[in-house]
Design a protein around this ligand. Structure first.
Ligand code: MG
Length: 444
């Protein structure tokens, strides 16, 4: 089970595991009973394209109905489309069945609040207590919930397409990775009058073309398509299309932190200041770009629910993670792959700049990531506080220097500490990385 974070069952992204062994239909049924007991009313549900999604979605739905709540099934949909549906309708909660970027054998179940925002950690903890207690609401025979179906895709596609206006026509190569974005992103782009060249835009839960995680090494086909098709940009999604990664007009992958910095800068400029929220592991290039534009940066622990939570608390203008998960709060406080594509096009359109030009405006950093063995996480955290009192201890310890930083962060799921180091030069990044490794070794 991919636990870590809340407790035994719920991790940083709901419940995840290999379908039908680690994550079973019985568990899905009880998770449905859990959300139905906690948030009675009408609960929306959707799933990604995985082979096990239908089975798990049916079991969750049955569990919800047994508590007396109704279910609205919007079918196969990206996570942000389900979240947007919950926000825009009278639903008391939402459930998305997806394992996001994990390999094909995995699946997952994640809960959504009535405002469309994913469950915060404390809500997952409460869910876990109810799940473990098995004390669920049980409706009388004539009060069990009913199953309805609705079109959540059209609503989402229209809202995203209507949120931007483009003056000219764009050519775009899209790689949906056979995931849920196949149902939305090509359609959004057609509505924006773009010429679309689709790759892997046929839904297929075996993910025959590439792993659902859109890492640079798996996007050769997209890079080639951008060049051959003379596209303005290329875009690729993960399995549930809450993330989007980009290729510039020359067919070069644009680092996700750089994309985050480009959009954060744009939003700060547009609102003449404001806060941008991002995890402590994000590149300094984001902070530099935000500050240069007159904004401020707020760091959070790693994980998208806490980024969303802090964005709402602090009324942030923008937020996101350095993995392609961008959050546009005026639309929905959640990572949104379809909206990311629309907003990148809007920025190119309003500035007249190519994506390579926008990327060139962002300060350059080199990042080195790795891990070291760590069996005593509690002691590591305590000693890091003593050793580096001036560091940021919001999630592990981030030690900042004038020309870079290093983050030492014990993993929630494995007996390791992750080390992230960033510097102005590759040599400096490596030096800071070694500094982090030595610091852990010295402590343990
Ligand atoms: Mg995802």
């Amino acid at each position: 089970m991919r636990a870590g974070g809340a407790g035994e069952l719920f991790g940083t992204n709901g419940v995840r595991g290999i379908a039908n062994s680690e994550l079973t239909a019985e568990m899905a049924l009880d998770l449905g009973r859990t959300i139905g007991s906690l948030r009675p009313g009408k609960i929306a549900i959707a799933c990604d394209t995985r082979i096990s999604s239908s089975m798990l979605k049916s079991a969750v739905s049955a569990g919800i109905m047994s508590t007396g709540s109704d279910v609205v099934d919007i079918g196969v949909a990206p996570t942000p489309a389900l979240q947007f549906y919950v926000k825009e309708t009278e639903c008391s909660a939402g459930v998305i069945v997806t394992a996001s970027h994990n390999p094909r054998e995995y699946n997952g179940i994640k809960f959504v609040q009535e405002n469309g925002v994913e469950f915060y950690r404390e809500m997952d903890e409460e869910s876990e207590r109810v799940y473990m207690s098995k004390k669920f609401r049980i409706a009388e025979w004539d009060k069990v919930g009913q199953l309805y179906r609705d079109d959540g895709l059209r609503r989402y596609i229209e809202a995203v397409a209507d949120s931007v206006e483009l003056d000219r026509k764009y050519r775009i190569a899209v790689d949906c990775g056979n995931g849920a974005g196949s149902f939305t992103t090509p359609e959004i782009l057609k509505r924006l009058d773009c010429d679309v060249y689709g790759i892997n835009c046929n839904p297929d839960g075996r993910f025959p073309a590439r792993n659902p995680e859109p890492v640079e090494e798996s996007l050769d086909l997209l890079k080639k398509a951008v060049v051959d098709f003379k596209a303005d940009i290329g875009v690729a999604h993960d399995g549930d299309a809450d993330r989007a990664v980009f290729v510039d007009e020359k067919g070069r992958f644009v680092n996700e932190d750089v994309m985050l910095a480009i959009m954060a800068k744009h939003y700060v400029e547009k609102s003449r200041g404001g806060l941008v929220v991002t995890p402590i592991s994000s590149s300094k290039c984001v902070e530099d770009a935000v500050k240069a534009a007159g904004g401020e940066i707020v760091y959070t622990p790693v994980g998208s629910p806490v980024v969303a939570k802090v964005m709402i608390e602090k009324n942030a203008v923008f937020g996101g993670e350095g993995n392609g998960g961008l959050i546009f709060p005026e639309h929905l406080v959640a990572r949104d792959g379809g909206m990311s594509v629309a907003k990148v096009l809007e920025l190119m359109d309003s500035t007249g700049k190519k994506l390579s030009e926008l990327a060139a405006e962002i300060p350059k950093y080199h990042i080195v990531k790795g891990k070291v063995e760590c069996r005593d996480k509690k002691r590591l955290l305590e000693e890091l506080k003593k050793e580096f009192p001036d560091a940021n201890h919001i999630d592990g310890a981030r030690i900042d220097f004038d020309d870079g930083w290093v983050l030492i962060r014990p993993s929630g799921t494995e007996p390791i500490a992750r080390i992230y180091a960033e510097g102005r030069t590759e040599e400096r990044a490596r030096e800071l990385y070694e500094f982090g490794v030595e610091a852990v070794k010295k402590i343990l």
